[in-house]
Design a protein around this ligand. Structure first.
Ligand code: SF4
Length: 106
């Protein structure tokens, strides 16, 4: 006759498998979600595009988390997973972006 009680190892094994199966859709969504790009300047005036270039705006800060648009005094956050704006540089602004006018929030 087979013992119907589950061992601790069997219970833990089932728990791990259920966790992996439950997390898979979220992982797939995160992996397939398009990256945020904030470099479309098609709606901007020429002088705004020129200023953006002059200040060397880019979507990825060379200073990482220590200096990026998100931590800049001029940054205006957008909705979740959307580009923000800047009071100096026109057009879409990436929260992890950077330009030469970066200034610490006061
Ligand atoms: S001033 Fe430059 S660093 Fe600051 S939010 Fe605007 S684009 Fe980003």
């Amino acid at each position: 006759m087979r013992n119907s009680t589950l061992t601790r190892r069997q219970i833990l094994g089932h728990g791990v498998r259920l966790t992996v199966v439950g997390a898979t859709p979220a992982l797939l969504t995160a992996c397939t979600k398009p990256e945020l790009h904030c470099e479309d300047v098609s709606g901007l005036r020429e002088d705004d595009v020129a200023l953006r270039k002059q200040l060397e705006y880019r979507d990825v800060s060379p200073h990482g988390e220590s200096k990026n648009c998100k931590s800049c005094a001029f940054y205006l956050a957008g909705k979740k997973n959307e580009c923000g704006r800047c009071t100096l540089v026109k057009g879409p602004i990436h929260p992890l972006g950077y330009c030469s006018s970066w200034a610490a929030k006061g």
